[in-house]
Ligand binder design. Structure first.
Ligand SMILES: NC(=O)c1ccc[n+]([C@@H]2O[C@H](COP(=O)([O-])OP(=O)(O)OC[C@H]3O[C@@H](n4cnc5c(N)ncnc54)[C@H](OP(=O)(O)O)[C@@H]3O)[C@@H](O)[C@H]2O)c1
Length: 279
């Protein structure tokens, strides 16, 4: 298959490209070569390359930054998604579009299924939801893949931040009232490769299984990789104490049973993924 990977230099893209390249011809593009917010550029590139599949990972992913740069958030995450979806449809290419657990408000008592009603709490989630709707409206063969709480070797992420802070501070204050599923980009990359073969359509949720709060995630990170020379105290705090610009859902665990039906396997537990990442 000839695959066009958009957002190829991002955290997920850099893990996904080698996984897909083992079986497919992969052409990677990122903001330096192709701005997805520009419909002319997107149409010309997809029209010229004529890929069998387009994987759109490109996004403005700074959740707090989106609050202050709403225009950029919508231009990339919503208009950009629409540009990619229209051009993919015109070229007859299948589109896999990445989206987020932050389309939900976190009020559900149970993990979110694909058909649950979205209701984002922040500008990032709103812009990503508008992107999902544009992909659906374009009408081509598409799969919207919602994932969550990504970490990987090639990007700024929570695990590395905790390890760095733990080497500098004696106390870490970490939010204990947001629950989700930390997901290793290498595990997600293998899942995407599998979904490309199976070709399900519509929306699908894919994360590592199980869930925890950011505080519990921190405890696990520092149990698996304790600072060498001293003890670090981890203090649970509430989101209101942290007071970040963007509101986050209290509970954004995704129900991945559709993925399990489609692929015949369950994503491994987040703790196993973390163990591999830290080793
Ligand atoms: N990270 C998470 O926890 C998480 C959770 C749920 C869903 N997702 C979704 O998963 C996907 C991949 O996430 P990620 O963590 O790999 O993000 P990332 O590291 O920020 O990668 C996204 C890439 O897209 C590029 N980009 C930004 N604006 C662009 C534009 N206008 N045209 C073309 N490329 C552009 C970025 O370049 P710059 O870095 O120069 O801006 C970056 O290289 C995204 O769609 C994201 O919304 C992520």
């Amino acid at each position: 298959m000839k695959i066009l990977l958009l957002g190829a230099r991002g955290m997920l893209g850099r893990d996904l490209q080698p996984v897909l390249s083992a079986q497919h011809e992969v052409i990677g593009r990122d903001i330096q070569d192709l701005d997805i917010a520009d419909p002319g550029q997107v149409g010309a590139e997809i029209g010229k390359l004529r890929p069998d599949a387009v994987l759109n990972l490109a996004a403005f992913t700074d959740v707090d930054g989106c609050e202050f740069q709403r225009e950029r958030a919508f231009s990339v995450n919503a208009q950009g998604a629409e540009n990619v979806a229209r051009a993919s449809e015109a070229a007859g290419a299948k589109l896999i579009h990445l989206s987020t657990d932050y389309v939900f408000d976190g009020n559900s008592p149970i993990p979110y299924k694909e058909e649950a009603s979205p209701h984002p709490l922040n500008a990032y989630g709103e812009s990503k939801l508008e992107g999902e709707r544009a992909v659906q409206a374009a009408g081509g063969n598409h799969l919207i893949l919602r994932t969550a709480w990504l970490y990987g070797r090639h990007g700024k992420n929570f695990v590395d931040t905790i390890l760095r802070l733990a080497s500098q501070q004696e106390e870490l204050r970490v939010v204990n009232d947001q629950k989700g599923s930390p997901t290793f980009t290498r595990d997600l990359s293998r899942a995407i490769a599998q979904l490309l073969e199976r070709d399900p359509r519509g929306i699908i949720h894919v994360t590592n299984s199980g869930s925890c709060t950011w505080f519990e995630f921190t405890e696990k990170i520092l149990t698996l990789k304790p600072p060498l020379d001293r003890r670090v105290r981890i203090v649970p705090i509430s989101s209101s104490e942290l007071n970040r610009p963007a509101r986050r859902p209290a509970f954004s665990t995704l129900d991945c049973s559709r993925f399990e039906r489609v692929t015949g396997r369950r994503m491994r537990n987040w703790e196993e993924g973390l163990q591999e990442y830290l080793s």
